[in-house]
Design a protein around this ligand. Structure first.
Ligand code: ADP
Ligand code: MG
Ligand code: ZN
Length: 478
């Protein structure tokens, strides 16, 4: 462990605004190739960009959430390079006056807290996609993604290993989701990270770094970091030198290869974007974004504890995804029973989701049916097992709970006489066990209780059964 790893991250997040950054085309993912394009995002000569105000608003949300200083007088710059997925041959980005600077995001790894400094966040446009023919003969251009808004979040070189990096990315992902500015679908490339990595001897100067580009899986990121660290150490220990370069990770071969030597800012011939005016973000806009900032996951966890008395561990399960929180809050409100609603989501619903391979972001529930079920079980109309069964039927087949309960005869037996009769019969049939109970062997109670429930077809009100049976055993007996 002689060497120390130093990592800085550049994360690109695709924003979920309806339209692109400089035109009215949809920014939705996918679509038939070249159907989400217009002369502006296809880079036709003579067209002019118009800035999408929501992009600025989203950037402000993130900047505020990450405690950044906001650059109120802020401008765009042109980054020039030629590549087939970039029809204008330049990308509109921000170099000189990025919208957010000097923020931080705090992480915890192995019980140790660490602050990761955010150097800047800037707004820019995404490029298109190259689709390589499977036979290898042709390459196709799909410009649908051209002009989709991006935020680039640049950290300081503050990470010392893969676990810190993935923890940070998870927290950043959570923040983006709760701020409602990015859908964070890794598989669709909504967040992608470039890993800048160097190694050094402890306390020494920063080493020469490489940049592994466009990683969009947390597991692959961790593997790429391990690989690159080992590669650099081996070169240095053999007396070699690290070349500053851009590398691409191959997650099948589990190795990376150099793509090109690293360009510097001057290679891009940056200059102020002449087609867009600098903008002045006024105080009142900033204040209103601040005041309306959506609630973040950790704030929700705290509120769930204070307002509803939900334990930390359960609140943490609910906040795995904002969609789960939204469903929970709706069911909690309409049933008036937040604790039950939390148990329902973290218990049965998550079990069913796992079985059906449904991701938290894709979960869709008819919340009114579930609140009705919560009311039925807490009012003692159905018992816990009938509740579970009906929850599953609603979840899988979207049945109507009332009809289902009626058809299956799941209404609970709340009839005193029926319960008394069943308890009497059980005690008569199990004289010896009843005597053992009376002699102080309390653990046989469960057996007797089970027998009464069985007689009632599993539909007895457990509280009532328990009470009646106890009274009968403790009382005169049968
Ligand atoms: P570029 O202009 O190539 O994007 P930057 O100076 O903007 O380079 O840095 C990009 C990222 O690389 C930042 O996240 C920064 O923290 C990180 N970084 C810079 N130098 C090093 C280094 N020697 N080792 C590891 N990461 C570094
Ligand atoms: Mg960079
Ligand atoms: Zn367009």
């Amino acid at each position: 462990m002689k060497w120390e790893t130093v990592i800085g991250l550049e994360v690109h997040a695709e924003l979920s605004t309806k339209s692109k950054i400089f035109c009215a085309c949809t920014s939705a993912y996918g679509g038939e190739p070249n159907t989400h394009v217009c002369p502006v995002c296809a880079g036709m000569p003579g067209v002019l960009p118009v800035l999408n105000r929501s992009v600025v608003e989203y950037a402000l949300r993130l900047g505020i959430a990450l405690d950044c200083a906001i650059t109120q007088y802020c401008k765009f710059d042109r980054k020039n390079y030629f590549y087939p997925d970039l029809p204008k041959a330049y990308q509109v980005s921000q170099l000189y006056a990025p919208i957010c600077r000097n923020g931080h995001l705090d992480i915890e790894v192995d019980g140790k807290k660490k602050t990761i400094r955010i150097r800047e966040i800037h707004m820019e446009e995404d490029a298109g996609k190259l689709v390589h023919d499977a036979k290898g003969a042709d390459t196709f251009m799909d410009f649908n993604r051209c002009g989709v808004p991006l935020l680039e979040i640049v950290s300081q070189p503050d990470f010392s290993g893969a676990e810190e990096v993935t923890t940070y990315l998870e927290k950043l992902r959570e923040t983006l989701l709760y701020l409602d500015i990015c859908d964070c679908k890794m598989q669709e490339g909504s967040i992608r990270a470039d890993i800048n990595l160097s190694v050094r001897l402890p306390g020494g100067e920063l080493g020469v770094r490489t940049e592994t580009k466009n990683m969009n899986s947390f597991k692959a990121i961790a593997r790429a970091i391990e690989y690159e660290t080992a590669r650099q150490i081996e070169i240095l220990e053999d007396g070699g030198q690290i070349v500053q370069e851009t590398r691409r990770w191959d997650d099948e071969k589990l190795e990376s290869y150099g793509m090109r030597s690293k360009e510097n800012a001057q290679d891009y011939r940056y200059f102020p974007e002449p087609d867009l005016l600098p903008m002045q973000i006024d105080d009142s806009w900033l204040a209103s974004v601040k005041a309306n900032l959506p609630e973040l996951a950790h704030q929700k966890r705290e509120r769930y504890a204070v307002q509803f008395g939900i334990p930390e561990a359960e609140a943490a399960v609910l906040t795995v995804h904002k969609n789960i929180c939204d469903l929970f809050e709706t069911i909690a409100r309409s049933s008036g029973q937040p604790v039950e609603a939390a148990h329902l989501l973290t218990g049965e619903i998550m079990r069913l989701m796992n079985n059906a391979n449904i991701l938290p972001e894709d979960l869709n529930l008819e919340t009114n049916k579930f609140s009705a079920l919560i009311k039925l079980v807490t009012d003692g109309k159905i018992n816990r097992s009938a509740y579970k069964e009906t929850v599953e039927a609603v979840f899988t087949n979207n049945v109507d709970p009332d009809t289902y309960i009626a058809e299956k005869g799941l209404m609970m037996i709340n009839d005193d006489n029926a319960v008394i009769e069943a308890a009497k019969a059980v005690i008569t049939e199990n004289q010896d066990t009843a005597a053992e109970y009376r002699a102080g062997k309390e653990k046989v109670f469960g057996f007797l209780m089970g027998q009464v429930m069985k007689k009632l077809g599993g539909k007895g009100n457990p509280d009532m059964v328990k009470k009646t049976l106890t009274e009968m055993l403790k009382g005169s007996g049968v």
